[in-house]
Ligand binder design. Structure first.
Ligand SMILES: [Zn+2]
Length: 230
């Protein structure tokens, strides 16, 4: 196996991982629909979807670990004599098995999309107060109006957010890619990341404080869709 073949396979795997992420967003959307109509905690359908999300999170984590190990081992092999290439596959297998054995399923609860799923379902259930269907529709419209007054644009990119993340500490929203990039840049400079929202006193934005807001994501997307339809 050549190094370029390894790189091509890794890139295929990354694409696969993106698809898993998209699939998880779709399942979360479906769970929110169900939560809106069922208004019941512990719905078997929602539970089944939670299981799917956990399975996907597990797969996502495995791909992360695997890619990481392959990258590390290939760079090691690159520094060794050419015949070291023959041990590549065995070394990856061994290290991957070791890593997998050290992981627990409980850690999956911290996966960002698992957190987002639970958060979104819980929020939907809280919002879906019992009432007639008409009431529900009115409520939905009310929320839509309130939400459209909320700024959908990211304070960093100034454009409409695609994957809004809420900061648990100061309740500000940012687009995922932009805020994670900023945190990474600041931390590389050994500096704290200040909340980019003007006037916010939060001087240390951490990745662990951020939750993907699937409900808002959906609202932005629906608004865009409705806007296109008009
Ligand atoms: Zn803030």
């Amino acid at each position: 196996m050549s190094l370029s073949a390894v790189r091509a396979a890794l890139s295929d795997l990354k694409n696969c991982q993106t698809d898993i992420g998209t699939g998880m967003d779709i399942v979360t959307d479906m769970a929110m629909d169900l939560a809106e109509s069922q208004k019941a905690q512990g719905d078997p359908g929602i539970k089944a979807m939670e299981d799917i999300i956990l399975e996907c999170a597990k797969l996502d984590r495995e791909i992360n670990c695997f890619s990481h190990i392959v990258e590390r081992v290939t760079s090691e092999v690159g520094r060794e004599p050419p015949e070291a290439m023959f041990s590549l596959s065995a070394r990856v297998k061994e290290q991957f098995a070791e890593k997998m054995a050290s992981l627990s399923d409980t850690e999956l609860e911290n996966h960002n999309k698992v957190v987002a799923f639970k958060d979104s379902v819980a929020n939907t259930l809280n919002q879906a107060k019992p009432g007639t269907v008409e009431d529900m529709e009115e409520l939905d419209e009310d929320i839509a109006v309130t939400q459209s007054q909320v700024n959908f644009s990211c304070p960093l990119t100034q454009i409409e957010m695609v994957n809004p993340m809420r900061n648990k500490v100061c309740n500000h929203y940012y687009d995922e890619e932009a805020i994670l990039g900023l945190i990474q840049t600041r931390h590389k400079q050994k500096k704290k990341c200040r909340c980019p929202v003007v006037g916010c006193g939060n001087t240390d934005v951490k990745q662990s404080d951020l939750i993907l807001d699937q409900m808002l994501r959906r609202r932005i997307r629906n608004q865009k869709r409705d806007g296109n339809r008009m």
